[in-house]
Design a binder for this molecule. Structure first.
Ligand code: HEM
Length: 427
């Protein structure tokens, strides 16, 4: 499933900002860390968890609601009605620089997990520089709303609602088949129907379908005018979670993102969703160090083993259950072959063309679409779950009749670009 980081042939129609907005949404609604305490992916005696273990031991570390707990949850510091933002390391001896970094702890030589650690609701939002800069934008957007005289609670409510609007009106129609999104929005959910006061996170979403984003990540980005060819490894380096901020105390000013490059009309567009991932995702680091065991460093291996460990159904079983067309083994093999002879060989060797791991199936299905977005099974799972969760969220816009956004340049409309404009990070 490896694609060379220098392979920049394939572009989808989706600007890369939405790759990382997708990751940001993931970190708002799902964090499964408990299975690691039962079985490690690298264990010699790796095994599938029992139904009993899955039912009683696995927990979600986030609220599944789209309520921005990744932004507001402890240890995120507040200052009256505002959220605290960090300052970048100013160039030319200017200290402090602009308010464009995450708030951070000081240096800690003894404990790498504490060293300059970001003070944010979910530490994964300091995993790469694009999501970290998006997190900064959310903090600043909150403050822009508070500066209009709103209390903390009111500013949070307004931001949550505008964020939910972006998910439904801007993000989902780009990632999923828009007909499927509208059908669910106006015709109601058919499969994912949690009690509104008892939301939960389905594994078919968190361990398979919503990991589609791993395939959208690029190896190289035109990051800003200083770094027109920044590698993904650079974007890991300038964090405290995957990197070490290259030994700066805070983010250097020259690394503030130029969001225009990541939006419509900009040069960075997501890889099309398919069965390949850029090579840097096969070499993950934590706290600046390579992961100790090769299995742990390879993202696709993690996804596949995690799905197996948690007893996910096959793609074919899910397609059937949803009443959607089932991909034939020949189609799956054709997609595998379009990536490499090695991928085809692996698919055949495992019998995976007939019984396909759900994550791989969702990617293969997307590869048959022309616009680089999800196919019918992927679109249905992603849109049903996100819309279902928004319906049950605190401050839900789907339960507030006729709610319309007010913060964008055009009343009644609001996009990710408008949020970045509100945050004052679109220079
Ligand atoms: C450079 C970018 C990214 C990196 C390095 C990354 C890395 C990871 C890692 C290491 C995991 C844990 C895997 C496991 O042990 O099972 C994970 C989980 C996950 N990722 Fe990503 N990811 C990135 C971007 C994305 C994007 C763009 C999306 C979706 C649009 C996404 C969706 C998910 C989801 C849903 C999970 C499961 C979360 C949970 O329930 O715990 N990721 N990712």
């Amino acid at each position: 499933m490896v694609e060379s980081r220098h392979d920049t042939r394939a572009d989808s129609s989706i600007p890369s900002a939405y790759t990382y907005f997708g990751q940001f949404v993931d970190h708002d609604i799902t964090f499964e860390a408990k299975s690691e305490t039962l079985v490690k992916l690298s264990d010699q005696d790796f095994r599938v968890l029992t139904r009993e273990e899955i039912g009683t031991k696995i927990e979600n570390g986030r609220t599944p609601a789209l309520d921005l707990d990744n932004v507001y949850y402890k240890p995120a510091p507040r200052d009256g009605s505002r959220m605290v933002v960090g300052y970048v390391e100013g160039s030319g001896g200017r200290h402090p620089g602009k308010a464009n970094d995450l708030p951070r702890k000081g240096r800690n030589a003894k404990d790498p997990s504490e060293d300059r650690a970001a003070l944010i609701g979910d530490k994964r939002n300091d995993e790469n520089l694009v999501i970290a800069q998006l997190h900064v934008a959310f903090l600043r957007a909150h403050n822009a709303i508070a500066a209009r005289g709103q209390t903390f609670d009111e500013a949070r409510r307004i931001l949550r609602r505008h964020y939910q609007w972006i998910v439904i009106k801007d993000f989902l129609p780009r990632i999923c088949d828009p007909f499927i999104v509208n059908d669910i929005l106006f015709g109601g959910n058919k499969f994912f129907r949690p009690e509104l006061d008892d939301l939960f996170m389905p594994f078919e979403f968190s361990v398979a379908a919503y990991r589609f984003g791993h395939s959208m990540i690029r190896g190289v980005y035109d990051f800003n005018s200083n770094f027109p060819r920044a590698g993904l490894q650079d974007l890991f380096t300038f964090t405290a979670f995957s990197g070490n901020l290259r030994n700066f105390d805070r983010l250097p000013e020259v690394w503030i993102i130029d969001w225009k490059n990541f939006l419509d009309g900009g040069p960075n567009r997501a890889r099309p969703i398919d069965t390949a991932l850029t090579e840097d995702l096969f070499d993950l680091h934590a706290f600046g160090k390579p992961m100790p065991v090769p299995v742990e460093a390879r993202l696709p291996v993690r996804n596949l083993l995690r799905g197996y460990m948690l007893r996910l159904p096959t793609g074919q079983a899910v397609a059937k259950a949803l009443g959607l067309p089932v991909m034939s083994p020949a189609e799956i093999e054709r997609i595998a072959q379009s990536i490499s002879a090695g991928q085809l060989e692996a698919v055949r060797a495992g019998g995976f063309a007939e019984r396909t791991p759900l994550w791989y199936y969702i990617l293969a299905e997307a590869a048959t679409q022309s616009l680089g977005r999800l196919g019918p099974v992927g679109s249905t799972i992603v849109a049903e779950v996100l819309i279902g969760l928004i319906r049950g969220s605190k401050d839900s816009i789907l339960r507030k009749k006729d709610w319309k956004p007010t913060l964008g340049p055009t009343p009644g409309e609001f996009t990710l670009e408008d949020l970045l404009g509100l945050a004052g990070v679109l220079n």
